[in-house]
Design a protein around this ligand. Structure first.
Ligand code: PRP
Ligand code: URA
Length: 208
């Protein structure tokens, strides 16, 4: 069974409210996506493996730990791009591998258009970054691509999800845990999350 984690952190709730606001302009929107992503990354990586190490302080030797897994950040173009910077700041040795998908507006099916993954996996854990889980088609297709690549450990990080998207992703990939800022009511008849925040790509990039 998949685990669905919905952040209960007050800062996430506060910032998400600002993000949803129709009056929030692209510059502020990008800043909020970055900040919420950092907070979600903290929750997403809470079980990350550590290796023991020692460090020399000005006073002597101290026991310490360092991250023991190679991390891959997988932003889904376009909207996932805005989540990279904040998460990457927290784990600067992560590799970033982009996947390009967009939803056909009529069928709502994902169309893949970009994938430059190397032949075999170079990371131990993949964090899929995409703010919106609507029908779940794009997220499920991204996980399909990563599994075909050979990725064994995959987590999904998103800002807003519809129940339909959660059902699709957890049904197709029960081994992939979800880390979300909030779960909304439903999808509308054109596949948008309600109440949602509108189009996450357009609001970040000032398009549409
Ligand atoms: C958005 C979003 C997801 C997808 C979610 O991307 O960033 O990738 O829709 O919808 P789904 O769960 O129904 O598949 P979009 O297709 O708008 O592309 P864009 O980021 O390039 O604007
Ligand atoms: N993609 C978005 O950007 N917003 C939605 O509500 C659904 C899909």
């Amino acid at each position: 069974m998949s685990h669905v984690h919905v952040s209960q952190h007050p800062l996430v709730k506060h910032k998400l409210t600002l993000l949803r606001d129709i009056n929030t302009k692209p510059k502020k929107f990008r800043e909020l996506v970055r900040e919420i992503s950092i907070l979600l990354a903290y929750e997403t990586t809470a079980d990350m493996l550590l290796n023991d190490t020692t460090v020399t302080t000005p006073m002597g030797e101290a026991h310490g730990q360092e991250i023991g897994e190679k991390i891959g950040l997988i932003p889904v173009l376009r909207a996932g791009l805005g989540m990279v910077e904040g998460v990457w700041e927290m784990m600067p040795s992560a590799e970033v591998w982009h996947i390009g998908l967009f939803r056909d507006e009529r069928t709502l099916k994902p169309i893949a258009y970009y994938n430059r993954l190397p032949i075999s996996p170079t990371v131990d854990i993949c964090l899929v970054l995409d703010p919106m889980l609507a029908t779940g088609g794009s997220a499920s297709a991204t996980v399909d691509i990563l599994k075909k690549w050979g990725a064994k450990k995959i987590k999904y990080m998103g800002l807003l999800a519809a129940p339909e998207g959660i059902a699709r992703l957890t049904g197709d990939h029960p081994d992939v845990p979800l880390f979300l800022a909030a779960v909304d009511e439903r999808l509308n008849d054109i596949g948008y999350i309600v109440p949602g925040l509108g189009d996450a790509g357009d609001r970040q990039f000032g398009t549409g």
